[in-house]
Design a protein around this ligand. Structure first.
Ligand SMILES: Cc1ncc(COP(=O)(O)O)c(C=O)c1O
Length: 524
């Protein structure tokens, strides 16, 4: 019997057992799901659900887990971990659920007990489950990984659909195998102890050139320079071929990172009209003549934020116009891996003498590698190398080596294949919830551009979504100069770590869309 009142701190996802009372408490912090009950008062963001389960013998809800093994080449352990990971992420295994003991699961699946022990140990290391001596193994609450990096704007417990990253492929052995290969390299000390050439280690440049090549687009190693991500590749290119005060042409709505670079380098960014197929050739030609610009930045494949893909014919026209007007092109192809060879050839294939082709491993493999590449016209290679040297001496050779190992071993290709499938599934999910979004959003992509119906304005919709704990980006974030911002928002489908979260976020957005904006004003 409890004789004195006790104050117990209840953490979300915790399970408290009071053996003397035969009482088991499960505490769940549930975000309020419906926009209709959304409220700006942050105290109303959650309801706390406390389930009490009286137990006589410690047996709480236990799942006899029947995994669906993925059809991959991995070992049984790897495939079981993958199935477990998938079931936790998709919610088939609910947080707090107790998994069978090692012996029970081994008997249920007809496998060795040691295999189950290994699977649970790996899943525990990954934070998917937790084992508590005497109590069993439980599914852990999913962390909102996105919130770790969102800085001051972060809203705790929110579904962040604003970061343009591509769902993580986390076959656990991939990182380990890559790092083991890195450690066993005979030239590891050489990579660690010496400064490398600014353009990158020659072998890394060769492997990267081969990786970026495709039929009809042959990339040469001596034109490929290793950078610290695509953002750095864009920076060194712009810093090399422009000077303060120059005009930089770009699609009227463009990647926010290039707006930041234009401001940093004191360039005048001028928007060029575009439609659902990308830059409009006539508008580009007019801008070339009237602006005196010498450089165009564009994203022909899965444009960020609209996800438009420029057809081959337009790419040839853009290349021809640039050639006629003496314009250099910076072609950003970081999303090119999504359609892969289904995408038309890069513009660089049509105007190699004037195109700086930029790509990176951030979206296709992992952003934390910070390895990007610029393929420069032959006469600009040494100048770009000098800018790399001035800005960072060289991209980190160890990370460049890891990227090279993953490319050579096939791990990069495996990751890309997984991401292509995941993106296709997420994109189909988005269209099924939000409806057909027209030509511009028809390509499987990790971000979509949602045009807003009357009377929604972009900022109002973003605010309302934020009040409902869904974070998305307003069109203003991508507008070049003082051009008007369309009534649209960008939604990043690859941002949440699991599809269940994405689905929840999209359903909330769909419901907001169906309602009128809440009346109110913040400025007096
Ligand atoms: C179009 C585009 N280019 C470049 C980048 C930056 O890529 P990285 O992480 O390789 O610097 C991004 C990131 O979102 C992007 O969307």
């Amino acid at each position: 019997m409890v004789t004195e009142p006790q104050l117990v701190r209840l953490e979300s996802g915790s399970a408290l057992v009071f053996p003397t009372l035969d009482l088991f408490l499960v505490v769940t912090k549930v975000p309020l799901p419906k926009p209709s009950i959304c409220h700006t008062d942050i105290t109303l963001r959650y309801k706390i659900v406390i389930d009490t389960i009286h137990v006589n013998n410690y047996i709480v809800t236990m799942t006899i887990w029947s995994p669906q093994l993925p059809q991959t080449d991995g070992t049984l352990t790897q495939r079981l971990v993958e199935a477990l990971r998938d079931d936790v992420r998709t919610g088939r295994l609910a947080q707090g659920e107790r998994l069978p003991t090692h012996r029970e699961l081994a008997e249920h699946l007809g496998i060795a007990i040691g295999t189950v022990t290994r699977v649970y140990a790996i899943a525990q290391r990954e934070g998917l489950i937790s084992g508590e001596i005497g109590r069993g193994t439980f599914v852990r609450p999913l962390q909102n990984e996105d919130s770790e990096h969102t800085g001051k704007d972060e809203v705790a417990g929110s579904i962040d659909l604003s970061k343009n990253r591509v769902a993580r492929y986390s076959r656990d052995s991939m990182l380990g195998e890559g790092l083991a290969a890195l450690i066993s390299k005979p030239d590891l000390a050489f990579l660690l102890d010496t400064y490398q050439p600014a353009a990158g280690v020659p072998r890394h440049r060769e492997v990267a050139a081969d990786w970026l090549s495709r039929p009809g687009f042959a990339v040469r190693a001596d034109q490929t320079l290793v950078c610290s991500g695509a953002q750095h590749a864009l920076f060194v290119t712009l810093a090399t071929i422009t000077k303060p005060g120059d005009t930089l042409l770009a699609e009227q709505i463009t990647y926010a990172g290039v707006r930041a670079l234009a401001s940093l380098l004191h360039l005048r960014l001028q928007g060029v009209a575009f439609d659902e197929y990308g830059l409009i050739p006539d508008a580009f030609e007019t801008a070339c003549i009237s602006s005196g610009a010498k450089v165009l930045y564009c994203i022909p494949t899965l444009h960020n934020p609209t996800s438009a893909i420029m057809p081959a014919e337009r790419r040839q026209q853009i290349a021809a116009i640039a050639t006629r007007n003496g314009i250099s092109i910076i072609e950003d192809d970081v999303y090119g891996f999504v359609p892969g060879e289904l995408a038309p050839l890069p513009i660089a294939a049509y105007a190699p003498e004037r195109t700086f082709y930029v790509n990176s491993t951030s979206k296709s493999i992992a952003p934390g590698l910070r390895i990007g590449y610029v393929v420069a016209p032959p006469d600009s290679v040494s100048r770009i190398a000098n800018t790399i040297h001035s800005s960072t001496l060289e991209a980190t050779p160890i990370m460049s080596e890891l990227a090279t190992i993953w490319i050579e071993s096939g791990a990069a290709a495996e990751t890309i294949k997984w991401k292509q499938e995941e993106i296709a599934a997420r994109h189909a999910l988005a269209l099924s919830i939000l409806g057909d979004l027209g030509e511009v959003s028809k390509h499987p992509s990790c971000h979509i551009w949602l045009p807003l119906p009357e009377p929604w304005r972009s900022e109002d919709f973003v605010t309302q979504a934020r009040n409902c704990l869904v974070i998305i980006s307003p069109s203003e974030a991508f507008v070049v100069g003082r051009g008007s911002a369309p009534h649209a928002v960008r939604i990043c489908l690859g941002a949440p770590s699991d599809r269940r979260q994405l689905e929840k976020g999209l359903e909330i957005l769909a419901e907001i869309l169906g309602n009128a904006p809440e009346p109110g004003f913040t400025t007096v």
